[in-house]
Design a binder for this molecule. Structure first.
Ligand SMILES: [Zn+2]
Length: 114
């Protein structure tokens, strides 16, 4: 019944799945079932601005459209410069602090690297 690969360490056939991991009961080796694909994914997340420049932590960007600040009446105006951005995961992929507004999150598609 098993279509699981044998243990890469001791060659045991008695490997089993534990979530996304494969586990060998004989030598206790654990590895990822889709190892290569997964690790390629992790290090390689690239966040790009509106025109396709790759953004990095610490970059300065400018906002390319008026952005309403959630939960307030403040607006981040077009052309506002944002220094020292930090990239993060999620729908809004830039963490930053804007003068007069404070810490907020932006979407990379609404900024341009300066
Ligand atoms: Zn093993």
């Amino acid at each position: 019944m098993s279509t699981l690969p044998p243990c890469p360490k001791c060659n045991s056939e008695y490997t089993y799945e534990d979530g996304t991991q494969l586990v060998c009961p004989e030598c206790a080796h654990e590895w990822s079932a889709d190892g290569a694909a997964q690790s390629a994914d992790e290090g390689a997340k690239v966040i790009k601005d509106a025109v396709g420049n790759v953004l990095q932590d610490g970059d300065t960007v400018s906002v390319i459209k008026d952005l309403k600040v959630k939960g307030s009446s403040l607006v981040v105006k077009v052309g506002t410069k944002v220094k020292g951005i930090r990239l993060c995961d999620g729908d809004h992929d830039i963490d930053c602090k804007i003068d007069g507004i404070g810490a907020m999150k932006l979407k990379s598609e609404f900024v341009k690297k300066v």
